[in-house]
Design a protein around this ligand. Sequence first.
Ligand SMILES: [Zn+2]
Length: 197
Amino acid sequence: MLTAMGDVMRRAYEKGWITTRDGNISVRRAGKNTLYITPSGWRKTIIHPEHIIKIKIKNDELLVPNGAVPSGELEMHHKLQMLNRNKTQAIVHLHPTNIIAACFAGWDMQELAAEFPEVSRYTRVGPTVPVLPVTSSELAQATFHAMTDTKDIKFDIIAQANHGVCAIAQNPWDAYEHIERLEHICEIALKSGVRPY
Ligand SMILES: [Zn+2]
């Protein structure tokens, strides 16, 4: 699972879905009180298991080890990782080009996904979060409310306007697939030349 965190980052970089230091991934195993997350500012092309930051969870609080600098989006991961504690869960945040472009062009991600059975069959797309400052508490809160009903995860992926996506699954590669599916139809929508509804 920790190896997959680095592998997904490398694939995302090859795809052009992040620049060198962008993106972040967290993993929490079923019933365990440890959150694994990618470090802040690290070159994501050279992330390996020994670089992943291990954070103890105590009474829903995170005990970040001294000297460790976890991803700036830690709050977003933390809020979402406190749900579904009995299940292993991975959260992947990337900046996929065509999803961001399609949102920028005015496409509604939920309406667009509903038009494409290969997405709607496998991936639940939630409402897009408005433009908010990167790594802010506002972004963490808005992402949490877009993806959940505050008790359960309701969607597999949501877009964050002018910024990126947040995807959740049982492992980093499954979350990557949610992103890949939405990215693919956004590319198709943009190439079609059709304007948003
Ligand atoms: Zn980001």
